[in-house]
Design a protein around this ligand. Structure first.
Ligand code: ZN
Length: 50
């Protein structure tokens, strides 16, 4: 008998929206998500959506 069981991968699929940002201070472009986005390069919060 062929038993195919236990393949219970029901992971939570959250909608993760990654957006493109640009740092106004150092000009670094990066992908980020969430509400508080800081530049990974200079840690500035002065970022805008690109
Ligand atoms: Zn920066």
């Amino acid at each position: 008998m062929c038993s195919v069981g236990g393949t219970d991968f029901e992971f939570e699929r959250e909608e993760i929206e990654v957006e493109r940002y640009k740092c106004s201070d150092c000009g670094n472009k990066f992908d980020a998500m969430g509400e508080k986005v800081v530049c990974p390069s200079c840690r500035s919060e002065n970022v805008v959506k690109a």
